[in-house]
Each structure stands twice: as C-alpha cells, then as structure tokens.
Design a binder for this molecule. Structure first.
Ligand code: NAD
Length: 345
C-alpha cells in the first residue's frame, strides 16, 4: 500500500468501514499545497479492495494535476465507495460518507462522479458542508462544455491557423450532458457537426437542433474531419483506433482518453494535436471550486476561458521540446506542484 502511495505521491489515505450502513470507502488526498483537495465521489462495484484503492489513488493525482493547471485554489483528492452487492440503503450509505468527509474538517471536498448524482450530494450535504454539485447548484457540464469549446478553438488556431470555426468539421462522440452543450456552442460558431451516440434520442435531438450528420458509433473514428471530440467514453485512443483517425486534432471532454500513456506519444508522432483531457475538461472543476468558495460568476467565466491559454502554452512547449502534449501537461503540472516556494516567487 505504501509503495502505491509513494508511486502516485499521494499524501493521505483515509478509510472508513461502517457495518451499520454498509459503507466501505476510501478518500485519497494527493496534495493540498494550493488548497483543500477537491474531487468526485465514485460509487461503483469493484472486483476487489485493491482495485478500489488504486482507483482512488490514481484519480486523486489526476485531480491535483487538473486543479493546478486550471489555477483554482484546490488540491487533488478523490473518494470511492465500494457499491455493496445485494440490498442496501443508499441514503444511509451517503449520509455515513458525509460524516466521514465532515471528520476530515474540510481537507477534502467531495463532488459528483461515476455512480453519483445531485441526489447523493444532497444526502451528503445533510452531514457536511464540504460538498459541491448539490441540486441547488448549476450542472457543471455546461462549464465543462464551455471550457472544451475554448480549448478546441485554441487547438484549431494553433494547428490550422484558423481564427474561426466556420466550416470546421467536428466529429463529436457522445451527445450527453457535455456533448450536447458543446454541439450547441460549435453550431453557433458555424462548425459543421458529425455526431455519434448509442442513444437514438440524443442523436435525433442533435440532428434536429444542429443539422448534425449522424455517424454510426463504430465508424466515428474513420470520419474525415478537422477535430475528433471524444465526449463519451474513456480509452478511445488505443492501438485499434489510432490507425483509423482522419483528423488533425483530438479535443473533447472525456476522461482518460488515452488507453495507455504511449498513445499520447503516438498521436504526437502522427502529427495529430492532442488537447490533454484533464486540461481541456477542467471547466466543471473551475465552477465547482469557485462557486463553493463564493467567488463571482465573472471569475468562473474568466478561469474557464483561460483553459485556452494553458493549452496554447502546452502546445507551444510540446513543439519546442519535441514531447507529446500529454507528457508536457504532466510535466507542467508536476513542476507547479513540486517547485520550491522560493522558485515560485
Ligand atoms: P453523459 O453520461 O451525460 O454522456 C455520455 C454520452 O456518451 C451518453 O449520451 C452516452 O449514450 C454516450 N455513449 C456511451 N457509449 C457510447 C459509444 N460507444 N459511442 C458513442 N456514444 C456513447 O456524460 P457527460 O457528463 O456528458 O460526460 C462525458 C464525458 O466527459 C465523460 O467521460 C466524463 O467523465 C467527462 N467529464 C464530464 C464532466 C462534466 O462536467 N459532466 C467533467 C469532466 C469530464
């Protein structure tokens, strides 16, 4: 366990096992240098405790990188609740989890993640105020979409030299919460949309609202376009799909787009500009953090727009140093997280 924590440079791991409610949870706090750790709470079935622990630790590091590059005063953390088999009382589990968060005294702030919704956050909120994404707040997806839109424009400007999206073909995979909002912004900017989803209603809506061309989910990788925008699944850049991409840019909201680290290098070698996922999809975190801190809406908008600036810097440095943008983003995040205070001044 300590090897794992050392490997991911996770500073704290908290465990709760509550027989009465059935809660079995980890909270991993990666780094609090720039503020309390903020990150979602996963509620999914795990094959083993080790798998759950690995998920918490890995994702906590990702949140630190995302927070430090988006410039919010937050550290990185993540929690996982192991979904019980058989019958369980959801409210009891999440209220117990809320007390667990409360016991950490604000060092960790929780949020929605896979398997949780505003309903679960509301239960947590009955026990602690260290929670975001409750039903009284905006859906963070709109902020995520705005950030992706700004980042996508920065990528088009950098790679293709276009100041506008007029006539740019964007293939969006997944027209859910983020994907739909992104399509709306792209449509308004004059982009031409290709869309794929396994949900027929989502496709019909995109077709009707944005005159989008529907592509079969299996064929979206082969679509001729300027930008491929993954907004559904993870691991979609892999050995199989990489050969098929017909785009100049990959820029979308999905988490963990690269199946393995080396796929970032391969995109770089193929001359495809990749906007690192945790940089371009940070808009939701920006909203959750700054809204929680009571900051003005204008600051949320400004920081979301700054995602474009951060990405442009990553693109530039990646080109100068001959490194993949995914590697460049990690290096930049680590530099900021671990540089000595004297150097930061
Ligand atoms: P969502 O569940 O609302 O949308 C996902 C969409 O992908 C759904 O419409 C689903 O039908 C579709 N999909 C599933 N399998 C597919 C397939 N094989 N081919 C094409 N489409 C498929 O999720 P969301 O909130 O819109 O998030 C989308 C992605 O962005 C996820 O990876 C999420 O982790 C990431 N993300 C979301 C946020 C946010 O604020 N919601 C923030 C950061 C990252």
């Amino acid at each position: 366990m300590f090897d794992l924590l050392d490997h991911y440079r996770v500073n704290e791991l908290h465990v709760r096992d509550d027989a009465a409610s059935g809660l079995k949870a980890f909270i991993a706090i990666h780094n609090t240098r720039f503020g309390p750790a903020l990150g979602g709470c996963r509620f999914i079935s795990y094959d083993s405790t080790d798998d759950a622990l690995l998920d918490a630790v890995r994702l906590a590091r990702g949140m630190s990188y995302k927070a430090v590059l988006s410039g919010v005063p937050q550290g990185g953390g993540k929690s996982v609740i192991m979904k019980p088999h058989g019958q369980f009382d959801s409210e009891a589990i999440f209220r117990c989890f809320g007390r667990f968060v409360e016991d950490l005294g604000g060092r960790y702030i929780t949020a929605i993640d896979s398997g949780t919704t505003a309903r679960e956050m509301d239960w947590i909120n009955k026990e602690t105020r260290h929670v975001t994404s409750t039903s009284s707040e905006d859906n963070p997806a709109i902020y995520t979409a705005r950030g992706v839109f700004e980042g996508l424009k920065a990528a088009v400007r950098y790679k293709l030299g276009n100041e506008h999206l007029q006539g740019i073909r964007v293939a969006v995979q997944g027209i859910g919460n983020v994907g739909y909002q992104l399509c709306q912004l792209l449509h308004e900017a004059g982009a031409s949309l290709l869309v794929s989803d396994i949900n027929q209603d989502a496709l019909k809506r995109a077709q009707a609202d944005f005159s989008a061309q529907v592509v079969d989910p299996d064929n979206i990788y082969d679509a001729e376009c300027e930008v491929f925008s993954p907004c559904g699944l993870g691991s979609i850049i892999n050995d199989e799909t990489l050969q098929r991409l017909r785009c100049a840019i990959v820029a979308g909201s999905a988490n963990n787009q690269l199946k393995h680290h080396q796929h970032g290098q391969w995109l770089h070698d193929e001359g495809i500009l990749y906007a690192p996922d945790y940089v371009i999809n940070a808009g939701g975190l920006v909203y959750a953090s700054l809204h929680h801190l009571g900051k003005p809406q204008q600051l949320i908008e400004d920081k979301t727009k700054r995602i474009a600036h951060t990405l442009s810097e990553i693109f530039k440095q990646s080109e100068q140093k001959g490194l993949a943008t995914s590697v460049m983003a990690d290096q930049l995040a680590e530099q900021r997280l671990y540089q000595k205070l004297s150097e930061a001044a």
